[in-house]
Write a protein that binds this ligand. Structure first.
Ligand code: SF4
Length: 213
């Protein structure tokens, strides 16, 4: 059984699959409290559903790209069989994780989009640094950047771990409504940073508060 917050079909707003139709499976609960979290409704709201029930709803959307997100999806043990069963049925599976839980048991064909938490989140001491050693080439690493301190933290981590040569993409995402994307772009250009600016497409298409998109 899994506690599910919501399942919906929308446009992928983040990472290198941005712009593609995607089915999202949002799992309930998170053990972090990032200062800029945009899904606090996923901390507690949700209902228990069987894996078969979740698979059946995903298949109804007739879309081969699925993202498992949260909250923090790796808090629920049954997320592992769910990911395996989606892969077995031929779906391309992405996993959004906060980067503080070990990722070693995630099936290898799942594309992990893993956060490294910057100081402005208030949760940077929770980063599980060993995760950087088990990332696959197809994975992506995301830094949500609130200010210059966060930017310099991300720049240092990218350099120290040679991230851009080890994963498919290194993403820098400005906190929506807090850090001007233009400012972040200028910092990245000045440093020739080997990373990709990410804007949350769904917040540009729909209002930032809209849920289920
Ligand atoms: S890890 Fe994700 S869901 Fe949890 S508090 Fe941070 S942003 Fe929100």
């Amino acid at each position: 059984m899994l506690t599910i917050n919501e399942i919906f079909y929308s446009i992928q707003g983040e990472a290198t699959r941005a712009g593609e139709p995607c089915v999202f499976v949002r799992l309930t609960a998170c053990d972090l409290r990032c200062s800029w979290c945009d899904t606090p409704y996923a901390f507690y709201e949700g209902r228990k559903r069987s894996i078969d029930d979740v698979l059946s709803e995903v298949e109804q959307h007739q879309c081969r790209l699925v993202e498992i997100t949260g909250g923090e999806p790796l808090l629920q043990e049954d997320v592992y069989p769910l990911m395996s069963m989606l892969l077995d049925r031929g779906f391309t599976v992405m996993l959004e994780t906060g980067g503080h839980r070990p990722i070693g048991r995630v099936p290898k064909d799942v594309i992990k989009i893993m956060d490294v938490k910057c100081p402005g989140s208030g949760e940077s001491d929770q980063n599980h640094w060993q995760n950087l050693d088990v990332l696959a080439r197809h994975d992506e690493v995301k830094f949500v950047v609130k200010d210059r301190v966060d930017y310099e933290f991300a720049r240092e981590v990218i350099s120290r771990h040679a991230l851009s040569s080890r994963v498919a993409a290194v993403l820098l995402s400005p906190v929506h409504g807090v850090l001007d994307p233009k400012t972040l772009s200028e910092w990245m250009l000045a440093d020739h940073l080997p990373a990709r600016l990410q804007l949350q497409l769904h917040k540009l298409i729909w209002s930032p508060e809209t849920r289920g998109v």
